[in-house]
Ligand binder design. Sequence first.
Ligand SMILES: *[C@@H]1O[C@H](CO)[C@@H](O)[C@H](O)[C@H]1NC(C)=O
Ligand SMILES: *[C@@H]1O[C@H](CO)[C@@H](O)[C@H](O)[C@H]1NC(C)=O
Length: 711
Amino acid sequence: MPERLAETLVDLWTPLIILWITLPTCVYMAPMNQAHTLTTGSPLGLSRQSEELRILNRSKRGWVWNQMFVLEEFSGPEPILVGRLHTDLDPGSKKIKYILSGDGAGTIFQINDITGDIHAIKRLDREEKAEYTLTAQAVDWETNKPLEPPSEFIIKVQDINDNAPEFLNGPYHATVPEMSILGTSVTNVTATDADDPVYGNSAKLVYSILEGQPYFSIEPETAIIKTALPNMDREAKEEYLVVIQAKDMGGHSGGLSGTTTLTVTLTDVNDNPPKFAQSLYHFSVPEDVVLGTAIGRVKANDQDIGENAQSSYDIIDGDGTALFEITSDTQAQDGVIRLRKPLDFETKKSYTLKVEAANIHIDPRFSGRGPFKDTATVKIVVEDADEPPVFSSPTYLLEVHENAALNSVIGQVTARDPDITSSPIRFSIDRHTDLERQFNINADDGKITLATPLDRELSVWHNITIIATEIRNHSQISRVPVAIKVLDVNDNAPEFAAEYEAFLCENGKPGQVIQTVSAMDKDDPKNGHYFLYSLLPEMVNNPNFTIKKNEDNSLSILAKHNGFSRQKQEVYLLPIVISDSGNPPLSSTSTLTIRVCGCSNDGVVQSCNVEAYVLPIGLSMGALIAILACIILLLVIVVLFVTLRRHKNEPLIIKDDEDVRENIIRYDDEGGGEEDTEAFDIATLQNPDGINGFLPHDRRGLLRGIPENAA
Ligand SMILES: *[C@@H]1O[C@H](CO)[C@@H](O)[C@H](O)[C@H]1NC(C)=O
Ligand SMILES: *[C@@H]1O[C@H](CO)[C@@H](O)[C@H](O)[C@H]1NC(C)=O
């Protein structure tokens, strides 16, 4: 206030209207009529009035003094006097009238137009509107003519402490690590006060803690909350409720206050080692448990939480370190003991392990408190389990010669019950693997014998499965694969590799190769095949043909002379004996049919036909025999057929007879071509659905048997 008065004094030389500023505090304390009295007779503008008039034009200056103040929230019985307008103008005989316009003129502020007194007729709230700009003017009472230019002034609403501090963002939450040192900053909170921060102490806040001591403290000015005790232990108490108060008026009595709550949570640090719940664990496990099965769990408790409670588990000692392993289950925070290698009750019945749990995340600040690990002993007892028989070998390979005698022993499997109460064992063959029942097994001693003859040329491998069953417990079964390989024996004679047709040119030269033949043998000698060829002993000095063995195991047949003629002899039969190199060797005789043909000059067969000569000259001896044999055979078949039919079904005889006849007739009907003239068509009749009547084939097939039979 005194400063404002001084400013007023300095600038007082200009205005025509003098605003007498009421002292709000005085007004506040004094009744209205007294205020009125106070404002009268202001000495200020009067003394220098004439001078001010002279320098009217210089009056445009920032007037600081042209302000009035009115207290907010005033609610007396009468309107409150804000101030008075007064002009030092000499009106002469005229009466002066004061007019007020601008913010709230007439509604909030009322002026007495004669005296110039301004009253606030409404209760004001600084926090709503802090100042009002108004214009004052002095006019002639009669004419309403302005006696001077309008003058603007401000009414400022003066603050009273009518707002309490408020924590706008509360309630608050904060965390601080446990075991923090004293004075560790936790958080800070801020309250706001709507009152005027510039004027008075209405918005000057001081913070204090109402609840939460002695754990936390607050800095009164900055509201920074700190720990007030060292080494607060989360494991003892995790959460604290702090009640904070903000008080205005600098904390003095009579001020207004607001409170909020702050929840402080201590966060975990690794200040606790793991500790096994038991120092000794007992587990038992059947010897036949599957590898990888969990045998048991050990757990070291840790009062910390999260990763600070995490431990890794290890087996650090004991006689079972090779057989067992421990894995850390981070979810359950325990250690799982598993089987790594098979157990055998009959070998070792119990194991001892020393297991260790060690914190993974160690806080170096607390590592001095001792090792952050713990150990426990685990005893594992192996239980006997009824185990299936065990074969002496995981697989067996047996070999047997294909000519092995029935019931001869091929091989033997053995198995034993590993259990202490060793049960006798019975053997059997899984018949799904031996559908033909090729083998038998002696149920007691596991000897495998031959049940049906073997033939390597049919099947080399007989892979069967043998089952071993404990007599005392039929559910204890083991199976073993047995591969039986059939070894070769020379039991097949060699023969022609194909059906050869040989043609001999009438114009051929002596020594010409008529045909090259090769042989095959179903056996499989170790060193491969080597064939020997020879002519029948009685044919060794055959004047017509000779044979010559080739490098590649094949045989060439050569003509000994020239001058072969269809007219003389149409077909030659040459039996050839083929022997293999087995021990003993086997041999067979295959007959090669050689037809004499007419050829071109360069040796291309052109005609093997003999029709022109057959009838007049007659048939060869062999052909004649063949024809006779055919006729006899046909007759026998017909007679047999008819006789059988008659016995079986009388009415059908005639029909069947007719059928037979028809067959013959029909065949004749179809004929008429060149081939009909050949006597060998009878062979076709004899076997109508056989080889389709091509001459060389039929004849050879028919004739080949004769020399063989003879041999
Ligand atoms: C039988 O077993 C033998 C040896 O294991 C194998 O070489 C052969 O291929 C098997 N034969 C069959 C038909 O499974
Ligand atoms: C050799 O051929 C003649 C006719 O060319 C024949 O008479 C004779 O029987 C043939 N010899 C043999 C062993 O086939």
